[in-house]
Design a protein around this ligand. Structure first.
Ligand code: F6P
Length: 372
């Protein structure tokens, strides 16, 4: 009787998820005599016991498809909304795993999924993960699949915005996904030739951005493109929120908890920040300004060839590690190798853009303003 291995996709969907599911499933059946069981809608499906066998027919024709054939959700095992309440459903998931006689569980996801998978591993389940997210912010891996596709979409959007910004002599602010990290905005900004790039890791000064735009005008360049990550924050906002939280925090609250509260307050209004920035720049530069929010377009559609290859290589390596019983790892990209990394070295850690990253230096050398 072949071993049964469950697989789920959790968190924001990402191009390349189906390519990864296909690679895991095909190599498991063709090479290792195991069966892959699809679990619907992330951890919710594990709790609700919604399982389907992924036979060869289900795995055919999905390599190029965007999204995930399994469905996804942002539900967490230990904080699951159930019947109007938020409950810890971890034990129910462990029960369903055992009831279905699974020998292991593969979780495909970003930072949140890695944490949740690690929690299940600590409960005794055999867990393996793959790093997927357009944000490219999973710790201990060079890359996540989905990033390249989103990068291509955002870059193409900046290319297209150039001609209209140029024709109307406007400032166009293009908001790119990434509410905590700036890999996508930085990458697309550089690839698309943006004039200003703003990322969450570097709090910006509106006056400095305005001066960069005005300098371009003095040089005869009558339009500017500002690529801004959705979580980029102005120094003023950061300082005001930080001072407010600190002055109202009880004395015994640790720095970590204060940091969390500041982040939560910043997150609360990150959806309106680009609009506020636009108004400020229009008044500082007296130039007509428009905002384009790329939003979920960046996660849609077919994966690039690069993401298909990455997801496939991670998937086949995952099947090999599962067959070897090397549980408790995420399969990471290290140079051209796919290697298992212990989940405790991934869970709860975010891979921010280092502020001295070569691409940041390169952008600055080109004269791109980072608003600092
Ligand atoms: O986690 C990936 C991501 O696309 C982020 O870049 C973005 O901030 C977030 O998901 C959007 O989440 P949702 O799809 O739940 O609105």
């Amino acid at each position: 009787m072949p071993k049964l291995i469950g697989i789920l996709t959790s968190g924001g969907d990402t191009p390349g998820l189906n390519a990864a599911i296909r690679a895991v499933g095909k190599s498991m059946t063709h090479k290792y005599n195991m069966k892959l069981i699809g679990i619907h809608d992330g951890f919710r499906g594990l709790m609700e016991n919604r399982f389907t066998e992924l036979d060869d027919r289900c795995l055919s024709g999905i390599l190029t498809r965007g999204g995930t054939i399994l469905g996804s959700s942002r539900d967490k095992p230990h904080k699951m909304p159930v019947g109007g309440k938020v409950l810890d459903m971890t034990d129910v998931m462990v029960e369903n795993y055992n009831k279905n006689q699974l020998s292991g569980l593969i979780c495909l996801g970003g930072g949140g999924t890695q944490k949740n998978a690690y929690r299940l591993a600590q409960k005794g389940l055999n867990v393996m993960t793959l790093p997927k997210t357009i944000d490219n912010d999973v710790a201990n891996t060079d890359r996540t699949f989905g990033y390249d596709t989103a990068l291509m979409i955002a870059t193409e959007a900046i290319d297209r915005l150039h001609s209209t910004a140029h024709s109307h002599h406007r400032v166009i602010i293009v908001e790119i996904m990434g509410h905590k990290v700036g890999w996508l905005a930085l990458g697309a900004g550089v690839a698309g030739g943006a004039d200003v790039i703003l990322i969450p890791e570097l709090a910006y000064d509106e006056e400095i951005i305005a001066e960069a735009i005005l300098k371009r005008r003095r040089e005869g360049k009558r339009f500017s493109i500002v690529a801004v990550a959705e979580g980029a924050v102005s120094k003023k906002d950061y300082e005001a929120i930080s001072a407010d939280v600190r002055s109202n925090a009880p004395a015994d609250l640790s720095e970590y908890k204060i940091g969390k509260q500041i982040q939560a307050r910043l997150d609360l209004h990150f959806k309106t920040r680009t609009g506020i920035l636009s108004q400020r720049l229009e008044s500082l530069t007296r130039k007509e300004t428009r905002v384009t929010i790329l939003g979920h377009l960046q996660r849609g559609g077919a994966p690039t060839a690069h993401d298909r290859i990455l997801a496939t290589s991670l998937g086949t390596k995952c099947a090999a590690e599962v067959a070897a019983g090397n549980w408790g790892n995420m399969i990471a990209v290290k140079g051209s190798d796919m290697v298992p990394v212990p989940l405790e070295e991934v869970a709860g850690i975010k891979k921010f853009v280092p502020t001295d990253h070569p691409l940041i230096i390169s952008a600055q050398d080109l004269g791109i303003s980072l608003g600092i």
